[in-house]
Design a binder for this molecule. Structure first.
Ligand SMILES: [Zn+2]
Length: 167
């Protein structure tokens, strides 16, 4: 381990950087926690089969940079993708159900759109009829009042003359 600094230039402590490096160590690395680009490196040092790595462009062996074996990264990534695909499949299934329901609501609302002008016309007619009824009721009330007065007048005549008077 080469002389780890206690604090980075932006004030992040060495320990925080170590945690950051380890926490983000999953799947195929996209960039190094130091901010540098990840490149692919083939190591041939003292090994019969060369090993492939995802490694920080500015890699230093101080624990602050990303260096991950190719196979391990691909395995992680594949596991992660499998989970995501599974999650998406179940999400799509429930979305399919929702879509079907929305479609139903949409059709019902389209039907309502067609019915609304017709309903408006009906309400208008009911309104007119009810106004006409009110007019007729007022007229009937006037007639009843007149009839009542006539009947009362007849009674008064009957009482006075002692005989029925139908005229
Ligand atoms: Zn780095």
């Amino acid at each position: 381990m080469s002389n780890p600094r206690n604090t980075d230039s932006d004030g992040t402590s060495y320990m925080e950087m170590i945690y950051l490096v380890n926490d983000s160590d999953f799947g195929i690395p996209e960039h190094c926690p130091c901010g540098s680009q990840i490149i692919i490196q083939i190591s041939t040092e003292a090994e019969a089969i060369p090993k492939k790595y995802f490694v920080c462009k500015d890699f230093k062996n101080n624990g602050l940079h990303r260096k991950k074996e190719w196979t391990e990264a691909i395995e992680d990534e594949t596991r992660c993708l499998k989970t995501k695909v599974g999650d998406n499949e179940s999400r799509m299934r429930s979305l399919g159900g929702l879509e079907y329901r929305i479609d139903g609501i949409d059709k019902a609302s389209q039907k309502n759109d067609g019915e609304i002008p017709h309903l408006g016309y009906q309400i208008d007619e009911i309104d007119k009829a009810s106004k006409k009824n009110a007019d007729e009721i007022a007229l009937l009330e006037a007639i009843i009042e007149k009839l009542y007065n006539i009947i009362m007048l007849h009674f008064l005549c009957m009482i006075h003359s002692g005989t029925p008077n139908y005229l």
